[in-house]
Ligand binder design. Structure first.
Ligand code: ZN
Length: 183
């Protein structure tokens, strides 16, 4: 049951690494931003140079990152369903993604197909987010004890993940060098 008091918002720190500032994103801009990030990801995935970049290093390749972003969008429907008390078609389709070996297959996926799937997954999610009511944005997860973990919080978290991965992939060589230095 929800508290009649509005819970304090959990702060999402500004990210120095990718420049994403969650607190500046209005709820009415979330869907638009998600579509913009998805379009950037699609552009990246169909970039012919993608295949020439190294795969299999400890850090993920752009393709693997793209697969991860697509799956984050798909799995977010499951979270939304749990929080909003709804059941969607996407939710049952997304459950299959919880298979433990899903990540290992990312590198074998076809970039163009991933780009298409990412676009569809992001668009479905963007439509759903665009239709959320103010009350739904403030819903918390009944499975978790913290009322600050709202739809708003998780959505901002997801949006940052997608933006952050994008920035990391665009950073490219420096990212790999950094990873190697950390070995
Ligand atoms: Zn970031």
């Amino acid at each position: 049951m929800r508290s009649p008091l509005t819970p304090a918002r959990l702060p999402l720190p500004d990210c120095a690494r990718c420049g994403h500032v969650s607190r500046l994103v209005g709820q009415d801009k979330v869907a638009e931003l998600l579509r913009e990030y998805a379009a950037e990801w699609q552009r990246l995935l169909i970039d012919p140079e993608l295949g020439e970049r190294s795969v299999g290093v400890p850090a993920w390749s752009p393709l693997e990152h793209g697969c991860h972003v697509r799956d984050m969008c798909l799995l977010f429907h499951v979270r939304l369903d749990a929080m909003l008390g709804t059941a969607s078609e996407q939710s049952s389709a997304s459950s299959a993604l919880n298979a433990p070996d899903a990540a290992r297959r990312y590198r074998d996926e076809a970039p163009r197909q991933v780009a298409e799937e990412l676009g569809r997954a992001a668009e479905a999610l963007a439509r759903r987010l665009a239709a959320l009511t103010a009350e739904q944005w403030d819903r918390d997860d009944p499975r978790l004890a913290d009322p600050r973990l709202t739809v708003d919080f998780f959505t901002r978290h997801l949006l940052h993940d997608i933006a952050h991965d994008l920035a990391e992939v665009l950073r490219g060589p420096e990212r790999q060098q950094r990873t190697q230095n950390e070995q």
